[in-house]
Design a protein around this ligand. Structure first.
Ligand SMILES: Cc1ncc(COP(=O)(O)O)c(C=O)c1O
Length: 388
């Protein structure tokens, strides 16, 4: 039986049945069960920050699993503490405190829970925003279609248009516990807020005493050419959530509180069996060290500029939005689904978060020749879709 048929017979249908089965990956390339090679410009949806089978990750994980694997959070381990210190350094703030979990949704659940310790319960989030599929994270996800079948969800959540400061001013009050926004809305089609928006939101939150959380799950770990994706706004959020790229391809999430006034968990108030396990933390340490050692942030920014310039020349492309290696290619017509399928058949992985936008989020180690190969296959696929 083909893998697809076996999937259909054994798995829940929440993802639909995937069209291809991948069996091997190396850097920015993957191969399917028939031996066909693909250029991977989706990177496990912005997750495989150093690509597939990166030697630094393979070594860190192999060494760690042979030494000490799961121990529970009743005991300390050095990979976890080392990673927490590194993340603290990235925030440039010694008051930062880290809670490790396994995913983006869990990081946002932790943010919701910790915001309740302020004594307030209301939350303001953005329409179009995506924060995960667990019940709390879904309650703050601004995409009605995803929420409706599971209602009633958490009460007290207001959704406002992303980028609209007037709406933010009207929504935030002295009852607001938390305002949560993505630095760039990834799942909504790589929507970038106006310059200065996050800075003004910071001020609105300060004026009302609300906590400001940035969900950097998709923008984090250098993907935008900055560590978290909000630094160019010159702000310090009270809470930062991370996952995806954090574990270098292994499951790992983090909720970081910053500043003395942000509430803190007391012993027993929150936890996770696997969260911050030694193996995922070892992978994350290796990924972070490699990004620093190879100065990848600058390379990511340069790669983004190169791609924007090349892609915006193509007939059928309206604009390219995003930063670094999180880009949304906005098409002139609603052919994104068809284009993603065509690209796959032409040996290129990418995805269509909506009908008019293609998203790419390749590994940060992508080379110039791979960027050029991407432009070539993308351009061919687009012209095949547009010209029949
Ligand atoms: C911004 C953002 N937050 C949260 C999540 C949820 O992450 P996870 O799927 O690891 O729960 C995602 C996933 O796409 C995301 O893009």
């Amino acid at each position: 039986m083909k893998t697809q048929e076996r999937w259909h017979s054994a798995m829940q249908n929440n993802y639909g049945v995937p069209g291809i089965t991948l069996v091997k990956g190396q850097g920015v390339e993957v191969w399917d069960e028939d031996g066909k090679r693909y250029l991977d410009f989706l990177g496990g949806i912005a997750t495989n920050i150093l690509g597939h089978a990166h030697p630094a990750i393979v070594k860190a994980v192999s060494t760690q699993i042979a030494e000490l694997s799961h121990i529970s959070n009743l005991y300390a381990h050095t990979p976890g503490v080392e990673l927490a210190e590194k993340l603290q350094d990235l925030t440039n703030n010694p008051s930062a405190r880290i809670f490790f979990c396994n995913s983006g949704a869990e990081a946002n659940e932790a943010a919701i829970k910790i915001s309740r310790l302020s004594g307030r319960t209301e939350i303001v989030a953005a329409l179009g925003g995506f924060h995960g599929r667990t019940t709390g994270a879904l309650s703050i996800t601004g995409q009605e279609g995803k929420r409706t079948p599971f209602e009633p969800l958490l009460p007290g959540v207001k959704f406002i248009p992303y980028g609209d400061l007037g709406a933010m001013r009207r929504a935030v009050s002295k009852k607001t516990a938390l305002v949560i926004l993505e630095a760039i809305q990834g799942e909504n089609g790589v929507v970038v807020p106006p310059v200065g928006y996050l800075r003004e939101v910071r001020e609105i939150c300060d004026a009302k005493g609300a906590l400001f959380a940035i969900d950097a799950v998709q923008t984090g770990m250098g993907r935008t050419g900055e560590w978290f994706g909000f630094e160019s706004e010159g702000i310090v959020p009270d809470i930062i959530t991370l996952a995806k790229g954090l574990g270098g391809g292994l499951p790992l999430g983090a909720m970081i509180t910053v500043g003395e006034k942000t509430p803190a968990f007391k012993p027993g108030e929150h936890g996770s069996t696997f969260g911050g396990n030694p193996i995922s933390c070892a992978a994350a340490n290796a990924a972070l060290d490699f990004i620093v050692k190879k100065d990848l942030l600058q390379k990511v920014s340069d790669a983004g500029e190169f791609l924007k310039e090349e892609l915006e020349k193509l007939p059928g492309v309206l604009e390219v939005r995003g930063r670094g290696l999180l880009l949304g290619i906005v098409l002139e017509s609603n052919v994104a689904g068809e284009l993603a399928a065509k690209a796959t058949s032409n040996g290129l992985l990418l995805n269509a978060p909506n009908k008019g936008v293609i998203r790419i989020a390749p590994a940060l180690i992508v080379t110039k020749s791979q960027l050029k190969e991407f432009v070539k296959i993308f351009s061919k696929s687009l012209s095949e879709v547009l010209n029949g």
